[in-house]
Design a protein around this ligand. Structure first.
Ligand SMILES: Cc1cc2nc3c(=O)[nH]c(=O)nc-3n(C[C@H](O)[C@H](O)[C@H](O)COP(=O)(O)O)c2cc1C
Length: 324
């Protein structure tokens, strides 16, 4: 670099701003010298001043990076922040559900499982269900005076021996085990009073579901809780015995743990009491894992393999047809 060009670069084209660190380090050096007779410790300022000044000279003289040459030393902040950016984004800016290819939530799940930490957290969703891609029902602000008092849907055609007339709003699946006995009883009593059905959830059919006589939909999940053999296979005999109860109106076959892939339906060991173990047909005190995927439908949607087994149960015949 010619000396004349170098000198011109120091004094032209917004020179003060571009070479700010160079001038600042020079000023600091001069100040350190001036203050030294009064405060000898001021000489310590020479250390940063000389370091920054040397960095500025290196950047000014080199010819590889135009940015460093035009903005001696200060250009390096760009690379510093570029280095810092992923950390700032990841830890401060990025939302829990953002980030590609894996969101913070997904990564946290992997870390938790890899380190044996708790990987499940109950209730609610972090998804923005108010976003355009979601649809939901909302209460009307003005009651519809023409509304049918008993809007019901018939489940089961003429081929079905006992079709079921279902309410449009019912109690969604929540297992005994996830909910207490009192809660199950309260829900079932509500179903009885309101004329809608109560879904057992995949935790099986408990005495609490049957105590008040509300209509029951028995959910069969991949663990076949309540109608499984000791090795976790579907047990048609047990299914028939339980499903023959007149309060069980339909069977719901759950294809997969859609909302909670991986840990949906898991009941932690400490919650598997003797009673729950008996109802589900699993060992007490051991975490009840529904397998992924369901043995009868390893490929999603292929639940038809299970249906013949349900249909072959004499009493369950009607539910096999219904739940399809
Ligand atoms: C405590 C609890 C237990 C649940 N257990 C089951 C279950 O066993 N099977 C199932 O299909 N869904 C289960 N769910 C999901 C609910 O049936 C329902 O689909 C979910 O909570 C979404 O409805 P919501 O927005 O009204 O809560 C459970 C939900 C809760 C809160």
């Amino acid at each position: 670099m010619k000396t004349a060009t170098l000198l011109a670069a120091l004094f032209t084209d917004c020179a003060l701003g571009r070479n700010g660190l160079l001038w600042a380090s020079l000023l600091l050096g001069v100040a350190a010298f001036c203050l030294a007779p009064v405060h000898p410790a001021a000489l310590l300022l020479l250390v940063p001043a000389l370091a920054v000044f040397a960095l500025c000279l290196i950047d000014l003289i080199q010819t590889r990076h135009s940015l460093r040459r035009n903005f001696p030393a200060s250009a390096r902040f760009r690379w510093f922040f570029e280095w810092l950016r992923p950390f700032l984004r990841s830890y401060i800016v990025e939302g829990d559900l953002e980030g590609r290819p894996f969101s913070l939530d997904t990564r946290a799940l992997v870390y938790a499982r890899a380190t044996g930490a708790t990987d499940a957290h109950p209730f609610g969703t972090e998804l923005d269900v108010y976003d355009g891609e979601y649809e939901w029902l909302a209460h009307s602000m003005v009651p519809n005076t023409h509304a049918d008092a008993a809007m019901r849907v018939q489940v089961g055609s003429s081929q079905c021996t006992q079709p079921y007339s279902a309410s449009r709003l019912n109690i969604s699946a929540m297992s005994f085990g996830a909910l207490s006995a009192n809660a199950i009883e309260a829900l079932n009593l509500g179903a009885k009073m309101g004329g809608f059905y109560h879904d057992t959830g995949e935790g099986g059919l408990s005495p609490y579901h049957l105590r008040h006589g509300g209509d029951i939909v028995w959910e069969l999940g991949s663990g076949y809780f309540g109608c499984r053999t000791a090795d976790g296979q579907f047990d048609p005999e047990r299914f028939r015995d339980r499903a023959s109860d007149e309060r069980v109106k339909m069977t719901e076959i759950k294809l997969s743990q859609g909302a909670k892939p991986g840990h949906g339906g898991v009941l932690p060991g400490p919650k598997v009491s003797e009673e729950i173990a008996h109802i589900r047909g699993v060992p007490a005190g051991r975490t009840a894992f529904p397998p992924q995927p369901t043995a009868h439908f390893p490929h999603q949607g292929n639940c038809w393999n299970l249906l013949p087994e349900c249909v072959n149960c004499p009493v369950a015949n009607r539910w096999g047809s219904n739940s399809a």
